[in-house]
Design a protein around this ligand. Structure first.
Ligand SMILES: [Zn+2]
Length: 111
């Protein structure tokens, strides 16, 4: 009896036990919330990651992408790849090929 007296400092109520049950309910709810959060965080992190690296558009023919009219070459996932017009797009299998062709690594995606 004495150990739970701190919850009711003003009145020594005989119904202390119900107070204990309420507390237990609260604890269970809190635990469930914590579990939900722990479950949701990795999912959210994954969703964020998926968003950051969108499926590289019609890029199947090379590991590196460049524009005929611009110097930098990119990883297929780079945002600048989306801006290269389809008429000017060039694919390279290796960085060396791109560099030999006069391109330099993009500063954004750092291929
Ligand atoms: Zn880039």
């Amino acid at each position: 009896m004495q150990q739970k007296a701190t919850q009711f400092p003003c009145q020594k109520h005989p119904n202390q036990k119900t107070g204990g049950k309420e507390m237990k309910k609260l604890v269970v709810i809190l635990l469930m919330l914590v579990m939900l959060v722990t479950l949701a965080v990795p999912v959210m992190a994954k969703a964020k990651k998926d968003k950051a690296a969108p499926a590289p558009a019609p890029v199947a023919s090379g590991n590196y992408v460049a524009s005929k009219t611009a110097e930098p070459f990119h990883l297929p996932s780079c945002k600048w790849v989306q801006k290269i017009s389809k008429d000017n797009i060039v694919y390279y299998k290796t960085k060396e090929d791109a560099i030999k062709d006069g391109h330099r690594p993009c500063k954004v995606c750092k291929p």
